[in-house]
Design a protein around this ligand. Structure first.
Ligand code: CA
Length: 113
């Protein structure tokens, strides 16, 4: 995986230090992503914060940070969900065991064991 600066340079075909729409389009395609024009328009608009029609490295890295933060948030949410599911399952199992033991004790009392 390339670092963001290297990726930016690879995308920047004409070396202008700014990404134009076609450069982003070609870069995305080079990474094997097949995006529709609408998706590319949306992606370009996400990066081009000042609506200048080009993407500076600062805009590029800013959007990558946002994406990374979203991935981290999703990962944390998944971990919390997994913990809640585990605790719920453990409590359900404990409840079943408690009922089973209580039933056995009641049966043992009835039979005077
Ligand atoms: Ca811009």
């Amino acid at each position: 995986m390339n670092c963001p600066r290297r990726t930016f340079r690879i995308y920047d075909d004409n070396g202008s230090r700014m990404l134009e729409y076609e450069e982003l389009k070609n870069g995305v395609k080079d990474y094997g992503l097949n995006m529709s024009k609408a998706e590319l328009d949306e992606l370009f608009a996400c990066f081009d914060k000042d609506n200048s029609g080009t993407i500076s490295f600062d805009e590029f890295i800013l959007e990558l940070r946002v994406c990374l933060n979203n991935i981290i948030l999703a990962y944390r949410f998944f971990i919390v969900l997994a913990i809640i599911t585990f605790v719920t399952a453990a409590l359900a199992l404990l409840s079943l065991l408690t009922v089973a033991v209580a039933s056995m004790l009641a049966l043992a009392n009835k039979c005077n064991i």
